[in-house]
Design a protein around this ligand. Structure first.
Ligand SMILES: [Zn+2]
Length: 253
């Protein structure tokens, strides 16, 4: 038996209030590129800031062009064993929730109820009006997207439509941060999958969990600043790791 797997399984099965914290690394295993990582699209291009999106029609169109480029990968992505791991915990009754830095909606697609998922940076599967409460599936917007105009408008009020994600230069939603913080303070174990824990304020959430006495288990390919404080820090692909965890759990029960 593998000592890392044993320790992970031991801590998770003794925990009663588990919270997941996920980053780009879990989604790359579903074929979604890490747009902010090395060579990622956001490093090759100047970002479009939120203010520019609102006030500058050319920049707004540029934003939609880039979104359209990345949309098919996100629309077609399917959850992987990393996402399913949290669904298993949810079914077993020990999952408080999942806090994610990803915007791809894969935790919801995997079957977690949406009130168990905190999308710190929003959810790109949904498009909202910046002026009223209108909401629509992003797929509907992309199917009729006209990249020659000045970007899609709200059919209800004429306001600007925008995928429901946090843009550059835009604050994270205070209530969303508060929900993430609350989960971090309430859990007895935080499982981090695929985050390098360097993007703030998101990365503060595992710190809060640790400070409040939770066990910290990290599975991600690169080193993180919290490795030294974690009960376990594993440098392996998530899918591979989870497959062994599931096998160990199955043979234990
Ligand atoms: Zn509107």
């Amino acid at each position: 038996m593998n000592a890392e797997i044993d320790r992970f399984v031991d801590i998770v099965s003794r925990s009663e209030r588990v919270v997941g914290f996920t980053g780009a690394g879990i989604s790359t295993e579903s074929g979604i590129p890490d747009y902010r990582g090395k060579g990622g699209i956001w490093n090759r291009f100047q970002p479009v800031y939120f203010d520019e999106f609102v006030h500058n029609p050319e920049k707004r169109l540029l934003y939609w062009q880039r979104k359209a480029e990345t949309w098919p990968a996100i629309r077609d992505a399917l959850p992987n064993p990393g996402h399913e791991f949290f669904v298993d915990l949810h079914r077993g009754g020990s999952l408080l929730g999942v806090v994610t830095q990803n915007i791809d909606g894969l935790h919801e697609k995997s079957g977690l109820p949406s009130d168990s998922v905190v999308n710190l940076h929003g959810n790109t599967l949904e498009t909202t009006c910046l002026s009223c409460s209108y909401r629509v599936d992003s797929d509907e917007v992309f199917r009729s997207l006209d990249l020659k105009g000045e970007g899609p408008r709200c059919p209800a009020c004429g306001g600007l439509l925008k995928p429901n994600t946090i843009s550059f230069g835009q604050q994270l939603d205070a209530r969303t941060i508060e929900r993430g913080d609350e989960l971090a303070r309430s859990c007895d174990c935080m499982v981090v999958f695929g985050s390098t824990l360097v993007v703030y304020p998101a990365a503060a959430i595992p710190e809060v969990a640790k400070r409040n006495g939770a066990a910290l288990l990290i599975v991600t390919l690169s080193e993180t600043p919290l490795d030294g404080e974690a009960e376990l820090s594993v440098r392996r692909p998530i899918g591979e790791f989870v497959a062994e965890v599931r096998a160990a759990l199955a043979s234990a029960s």
